[in-house]
Design a protein around this ligand. Structure first.
Ligand SMILES: [Mn+2]
Length: 329
């Protein structure tokens, strides 16, 4: 992968006039914030821009501009437009990825470790806490005039990807930029509530059941939760938008690695991993997934119990030896 400098990204975007901004499937606040920040920034410079998503935008956010995101699961023809993929690599844009990859002009901006950036212009910086941090710097260099709409989107994205300024990616840069964004008169309490504390009743009841069945091993260093497709259906909860279940599992005081196994459709298990220090990114890659060092995931086809037993075994070995054991796979 050849990586461009931020200055080259700025130069390239200056030369284009017509954009389509795309994020990953099941867009999260960082993804949406990056999309909207770019949208308002680029249109503010007099350029035309669309924002499109393969999946629906979560309904619990009230940020300005979210209604502009076009939900087009059927895909699109990029034509002459410059397509900007944010917060993921082009392969992770869901059902619209073919259209994305066929773009004549493709820009990829991401902060995922091992993000395999693809495009005419690639900027992947894993040291950034959020893609919104990169978009902030980019818009600044593009001489965009910031306003409350841009600030809300970028602040929301940074808040989301730092877990409310609690994850290890929270540093002085993050808080400095968040502070700068607050100067545009946004409502931090409302944004935080929308991202972290607006759960439907069904989700809380399902969480109650999942927490009652929480399992631990290795003196509580490993903690995991399994939720079957049937349970999701019983409580009327969308399994695909429930990846934050893992943040509840990791609340256990002794936990080093927390895992949630979600049966998102019969026989399809999504494994979400979080760690305080251990490199669960390599653990996830070992089981066919990917992600960051401290937050990663994988999708495995199989029986919920069998998959969870196997992955727990690998994680236990990993915790004991610090190695991913090939023989366990
Ligand atoms: Mn992100």
């Amino acid at each position: 992968m050849i990586m461009n400098s931020l200055q080259e990204v700025v130069q390239y975007l200056r030369e284009q006039d017509d954009f389509i901004v795309v994020g990953h499937e099941n867009p999260d606040p960082d993804c949406l914030g990056s999309m909207l920040g770019l949208y308002f920034g680029l249109t503010g410079l007099g350029k035309t821009c669309r924002v499109v998503s393969a999946d629906r935008v979560p309904s619990d956010l009230s940020w300005p501009g979210l209604d502009l995101v076009e939900h087009i699961p059927e895909g699109f023809e990029p034509g002459e437009s410059c397509v900007i993929v944010v917060d993921c690599e082009p392969d992770r844009t869901g059902s619209i990825s073919e259209g994305v990859k066929s773009a004549k002009r493709l820009v990829n901006i991401d902060h995922h470790q091992r993000g395999r950036g693809i495009g005419d212009i690639v900027y992947v910086e894993p040291s950034e806490a959020a893609t919104c941090m990169i978009i902030y710097r980019l818009l600044l260099d593009l001489d965009v005039v910031f306003d409350q709409r841009i600030a809300t989107a970028l602040y929301g994205g940074i808040l989301g990807d730092t877990g409310g300024f609690r994850h290890t990616n929270t540093n002085s840069e993050v808080l400095y930029i968040a502070g700068k964004l607050l100067e545009f008169g946004l409502n931090p309490a409302l944004i935080a509530r929308e991202i972290f504390s607006s759960q439907p009743l069904g989700f809380l009841r399902l969480l109650g059941v999942a927490l009652s069945n929480l399992q631990t091993s290795q003196d509580g260093q490993l903690v995991w939760m399994t939720v079957s497709y049937e349970q999701f259906c019983d409580f009327g909860v969308d399994p695909k938008s429930s990846d934050h279940l893992v943040s509840f599992a990791r609340m256990l005081d002794t936990s080093e690695i927390a895992i949630v196994f979600r049966e998102t459709s019969p026989g399809e298990i999504r494994v979400g991993l979080r760690a305080n220090h251990a490199d669960v990114g390599s653990l996830a890659r070992h089981i066919g997934g990917g992600g960051h060092k401290l937050a990663s995931g994988a999708t495995i086809l199989g029986d919920l119990q069998e998959v969870s037993t196997k992955v727990v075994e690998i994680a236990e070995h990993f915790l004991t030896t610090g190695e991913v054991n090939e023989r366990c796979s």
